[in-house]
Design a protein around this ligand. Sequence first.
Ligand code: ADP
Ligand code: MG
Length: 374
Amino acid sequence: MPQAPKPGSPEAIADVTSFVRFERVRKSYDGVHFVVEDLNLAVRKGEFMTMLGPSGSGKTTSLMMLGGFEEPTFGHIFLGDEPVERLAPEKRNIGFVFQSYALFPHMTVAENIAFPLRYRGLKGAAAAEKVVKALDMVHLGHLASRKPSQLSGGQQQRVALARALVFDPTLVLMDEPLGALDKQLREHMQVEIKLLQRMLGITMVYVTHDQSEALTMSDRIAVFNDGRVQQLATPEVLYEQPANSFVASFIGENNLMPVTVAAAGGGVATVTLRDGSRLQTRNPAGVTAGGRALLAIRPERFFIQDGATSGSSILLSGSISDIFYLGDHVRLSVDVGGEKPVVARIPVSLRRSFARGESVALGCAIADCRLLEG
Ligand code: ADP
Ligand code: MG
């Protein structure tokens, strides 16, 4: 009987009904150093997939290879069943939106949007109808005859969006498209793009370094670091079950406390903190006893423990070194004897006041503690 492919292997990825597939893709610009290492990634039809990672982690390079603007040094990229890595960009039927809107300054809004249609030989009434539809989709019907220079940044980005969608592409790629917009407009556009993508049922590969943007928009997120995908999962799984300390601290905020593992087995472990105190924790990653590890606890999972602890929670005691009032929560830095203070977010609705220097006991359910490789 054939063996089931190992999860995450190229064979397993090929098993999934995928629309876009990277198989063992590697890229080097200088022939020495690889900026994308062994990329294996499958995007499903109609999926909103985001490549998220810090600057320089290889996101744009990966997107450019998919778009056809860069060639993989090794490996293959498939669109449907077709290998495309030697196919010219214009043969791939892909829409593109960049951070720099890349609009043609001498053309009107309508002409900019009509450009991909003209390029594909579509003219006349059929083209005009598509342009009107695309303009309506991004709420710019009233600005059709303006030039890009007469538009705000947000409006220019809508034109770029309409131009990427007007020719009914099978796939749309976006590289930090909202990076130049202010926070409020950016958050508005995140929702708008997500709704458009869902309404049109297009497959989207989106690049950003902004984790909250990725969490808001994506069906799944591939977290990049150093040219490698660290984890590919839904926003919820990335947040609740990070595969390693990079993902644990890049997605949302986390306290990562160095510990030594005294005993481990059956999905739980007993760990010793810097100050010598012992705790029980969940150990889903199977960290083994004897070595160093990191205990990860989200700031919002702490609560103020006023009475005695129960068997299902842990306790960290220390003194408050900083207090920040942030409207919906109070952010406490608590010195618990480690190298760094522990950060806790306490809801303001608890109506509890704090003072610097005050001793507090922070409780946390064992279910909310996670042991990771150090
Ligand atoms: P990201 O989009 O995640 O910021 P990039 O894919 O742009 O990352 O870059 C990954 C690495 O490749 C960086 O170290 C960058 O300097 C390098 N790089 C990107 N484009 C080129 C290029 N055209 N020539 C040489 N090096 C490049
Ligand atoms: Mg980039």
